[in-house]
Design a binder for this molecule. Structure first.
Ligand SMILES: Nc1ncnc2c1ncn2[C@@H]1O[C@H](COP(=O)(O)OP(=O)(O)OP(=O)(O)O)[C@@H](O)[C@H]1O
Length: 349
């Protein structure tokens, strides 16, 4: 009898602890649900503002349905995340899906400049630029509604490929280089006012269903600039792609974009990230390593080992274009129009 008393005591303690933990978990779940619900109600009560630019893809979509669907998104729907927020896949029906970028912060006070710039971004339409379909601004968060790119980013295709996926062949890499150059050239030279991208990198080059390159995130670096109410305080641009002059001046220029594009060309050629660990260990970087290889005329040794076959002469020409983009002196770099022309010429032979 004496031995069973501590047993009963322990069993009681375990039961109480189990029930208490269930109550705490239920309370946390309820709090999360209540918060989500409040956001929906706030949004629908008119605190949020949704703007859909006229396009066949969005015409049938009501703001209410859109916000409701967005609130149902979970971690399973995440396509990726970056410095400005998280991107989700939003499926509306069998034939309609979007990529929704939830920016890290909302607008406490209405920011008309932010909306004006988003409206200006809506006018930018080009076959090599990801279309912005609309946006939603609210005190709690902002959403940007983009066209969904079924083949993801160049970064993922080059560096995060699953073993079942085939590596990109040379022809596809060339097409992607030309498409991205065309998109960037359009932003620099054909848009009024001209647009500096400020964050060209392989994760901002997305691929449509035909593996055609589309430049994404243009204008976002400006929108999220420090000093604005809805910003994160990070500098524009990404380490590894930044032109050398940026560290002195902090100014973004079209020639800075050309430099970053040169780094993307090196990624396509070598299959290496600009901040590959092997370079960091040696105290070097992709750009410096390739320059050394080119000086020795050994470009073929730097080509991605995943490329089973490639035309040596064409490869050399693309290395030469990258080298021009990566000139330390910005004034000696070509314009994107010139880069596009050079890349098209390498392909035409
Ligand atoms: N329109 C889209 N369609 C399909 N996938 C997308 C789309 N936009 C973004 N993604 C995916 O989400 C990922 C994250 O995108 P996001 O633009 O937020 O970050 P990032 O470009 O990787 O970094 P940063 O925000 O620092 O520029 C991308 O790498 C891409 O895989």
């Amino acid at each position: 009898m004496g031995g069973s008393t501590p047993m009963v005591f322990y069993i009681t303690i375990c039961c109480v602890a189990f029930v208490a933990s269930k109550i705490v978990v239920s309370l946390l779940c309820y709090k999360r649900w209540a918060k989500k619900r409040r956001i929906i109600e706030d949004s629908l009560a008119g605190e949020g503002k949704m703007v859909m630019f006229r396009s066949p893809a969005t015409q049938a979509l009501s703001a209410k349905a859109f916000v409701k669907n967005t609130m149902k998104l979970t971690n399973k729907d995440i396509l990726g995340s970056g410095g400005y927020g998280t991107v989700y896949k939003l499926v509306v029906d069998e034939s309609t899906a979007f990529a929704v970028k939830k920016l890290n912060r909302g607008n406490e006070n209405r920011d008309l400049g932010f909306e004006r710039e988003l409206n200006a971004m809506a006018d930018i339409k080009h076959r090599n630029i990801v279309t912005l379909h609309g946006y939603y601004v609210a005190p709690q968060f902002n959403l940007l509604i983009y066209e969904l790119m079924p083949n993801g980013s160049l970064d993922a295709l080059l560096h995060r490929r699953s073993p079942e996926e085939k590596p990109l062949d040379w022809e596809s890499r060339c097409r992607i280089a030309v498409g991205a150059a065309r998109g960037l050239s359009y932003l620099h030279h054909d848009c009024i006012p001209h647009v500096i991208h400020r964050d060209i990198k392989s994760s901002n080059i997305l691929l449509d269903r035909n593996l055609e390159a589309r430049v994404s995130d243009f204008g976002l670096a400006t929108l999220m600039e420090p000093g604005r109410s809805h910003v994160s305080t990070m500098a524009a641009g990404t380490f590894g792609y930044l032109p050398p002059e940026y560290f002195d001046t902090g100014r973004a220029t079209t020639k800075g974009d050309v430099y970053s594009f040169g780094v993307v060309l090196l990624e396509l050629l070598t299959g290496k990230r600009p901040t590959d660990e092997s370079f960091v260990e040696e105290g070097s970087k992709l750009v410096t390593w390739v320059k050394g290889v080119m000086e020795d005329g050994r470009e073929e040794h730097a080509v991605d080992s995943e490329l089973a076959c490639f035309p040596a002469e064409e490869v050399k020409k693309v290395f030469a274009v990258a080298d021009k983009c990566l000139e330390p002196d910005p004034s000696r770099r070509p314009t994107m129009i010139e880069v596009l022309k050079m890349l098209e010429q390498t392909q035409s032979k």
